[in-house]
Design a protein around this ligand. Structure first.
Ligand code: BES
Ligand code: MN
Ligand code: ZN
Length: 493
């Protein structure tokens, strides 16, 4: 099983230091018996309690060690800023080599959502994938954050979210030799089953039987056979047979490009090409762990796209599960192929009210939206707006891109129903277009309300943010669950 760590949240009595929060415009917040000492230290050192600054008060004998952490002015608010405080807390613990700290009670911090945000931020920043290095890096590892018993529910909620996000990140960071489609499917199945889902995993023989020619074509050069994971959650049994949403995630465990082989410095990053799959699995975990009152299905095509004598070739024409034929103009445009069969499977078996697919689909989106925004394409405004709002709420930002029938020519083929590469256009730059990718997938969604999220730029962070250290971000996990929760609330209203 892919193994990762984060900090623990405990209620134990021992810890190395107490944390107090200092504001630029008010006294320090925390246990009354400590605030006087902290206030005096702030005075004497003229500590400016800007966001993320800290002051280490070691104390005399018998005095408790206090770490003062700046949180800016009391006007500061919002989930993101408290996540950043959680990150700063871990920075301080690492720098000061402190293993365990006690936090003030939420009532002492004041803001009700503050403690939740701090704990979530700390859990996301405390995340670390067990990579199997033999030599200790020497880095200090924060271990425990101690909270007041009364704040248990707050901590449970932060842990629930962080666990799903961190699990998704671990899968994304896990090297492809250790996460083949078979291993990924098995691990995902065991996690989702434990949450109450009904899971089946289709192997090559079944995929051949049903005619999932696009997924098969992508995976056929690899020694690792492709898999299609299907996970059902019946959270609204009174509406049995009505499927509220289907989530489809791109699960390319390694994207070497196939015959259109990738090269450095991109190819060595391509273990991350199942970030969409990880997002879908994480979102399902979240939805189930809050007992979502909806009927949901996740369809996750998994394959390895590598070079090999049995692989598809540029120029091949394949038959997808939908029956639409596809001209393969580039074996590296494989994500849209596996999504096509995933979406068809979802429509054929579930007739879902909406489909959301999420994928590390195109390199070009990363040069336009970079790491802050994922590209959103949608067949309708309502669905687009609901997703935009969900992302704004969780801090996983989306930017909507245009999708119109005027762009149909982008994926026209002279020999098959559709081509897997965008029209080159006058300058030849259209071939890697994220929009062409969306236009391709749109053909398979048909009339079902559908949205596509291109996370090629957001699935991996090269810089530290409020939500993660550099590395896999888990982008989409919380966002998609937030959207699902919104659907349920809307129906109840
Ligand atoms: N997984 C890649 C997308 C990608 C590329 C993400 C580079 C991050 C960095 C996808 O399968 C791919 O190869 N896309 C091609 C599409 C093209 C051949 C139409 C791309 O973006 O170059
Ligand atoms: Mn590719
Ligand atoms: Zn890919």
């Amino acid at each position: 099983m892919t193994k990762w760590h984060s900090i623990e949240i405990g209620c134990s009595s021992h810890c190395d230091a107490d944390v107090l929060f200092a504001r630029t415009d008010a006294g320090p917040t925390g246990a009354a018996e400590l605030t006087a000492r902290a206030a005096a230290a702030i005075q004497s050192t003229q500590f400016e309690a800007h966001d993320g600054l800290w002051l280490d008060l070691v104390g005399k004998q018998d005095e408790r060690r206090i770490v003062l952490l700046g949180v800016g002015s009391s006007a500061r608010s919002g989930r993101d800023s408290w996540l950043a405080t959680g990150a700063a807390l871990l920075d301080a613990m690492r720098a000061l080599r402190i293993g365990s700290v006690r936090l003030p009670k939420s009532s002492e911090i004041g803001d009700q959502s503050a403690l939740y945000g701090i704990l979530l931020g700390a859990l996301l920043h405390g995340y670390h994938l067990d990579q199997g290095r033999n030599e200790d890096s020497g880095a200090s590892r924060p271990e425990t954050i101690v909270i007041d018993d009364a704040d248990g529910p707050n901590a449970d909620e932060a842990l629930r979210i962080a666990n799903a996000v961190n699990r998704a990140r671990a899968w994304v960071e896990q090297p492809a030799n250790l996460l083949s489609p078979a291993i990924f499917a098995q691990e995902a199945a065991s996690v989702l089953e434990a949450c109450g889902a009904t899971v089946r995993v289709l192997g090559l023989a079944e995929l051949e039987q049903i005619g999932a020619g696009a997924l098969i074509a992508v995976g056929q050069a690899s020694v690792h056979e492709p898999k299609l994971l299907v996970a059902e959650w019946r959270g609204a049994p009174e509406r049995d047979g009505c499927w509220d949403a289907a989530l489809v995630g791109k699960g390319i465990t390694f994207d070497g490009g196939g015959l259109n082989i990738k090269s450095r410095p991109v190819i060595e990053k391509m273990k991350f090409d199942m970030g969409g799959a990880a997002a879908v699995l994480g979102a399902m975990e979240l939805a189930m762990s809050r007992h979502a009152r909806a009927n949901l299905v996740a369809v996750v095509p998994m394959a390895e796209n590598v070079i090999g004598g049995r692989g598809m070739r540029p120029g091949d024409v394949i038959r997808s599960l939908s029956g639409l034929t596809v001209e393969i103009l580039n074996t590296d445009a494989e994500g849209r192929l596996v999504l096509a069969d995933g979406i068809t499977y979802a429509i054929d078996h579930y007739k879902p009210a909406a489909i959301v697919d999420i994928a590390t689909l195109t390199g070009l989106i990363t040069g336009v939206l970079h790491e802050e925004y994922a590209g959103l394409y949608a067949s309708e405004d309502r669905l687009a707006n609901a997703l935009l709002n969900a992302g704004a709420a969780t801090g996983e930002l989306l930017w909507r891109m245009p999708l119109t029938p005027k762009q149909n020519y982008l994926v026209e083929s002279s020999v098959a129903d559709v081509a897997n590469l965008g029209a080159p256009g006058f300058l030849g730059l259209g071939i890697g277009s994220p929009t062409a990718g969306a236009k391709f997938i749109e053909r398979f969604a048909g009339d079902t309300p559908w949205a596509h999220i291109d996370i090629a730029g957001t699935a991996w962070a090269t810089r530290k943010t409020s939500r993660s250290q550099p590395g896999a971000t888990g982008f989409g996990v919380a966002l998609i669950d937030e959207w699902l929760a919104g659907l349920e609330n809307e129906r109840d209203a």
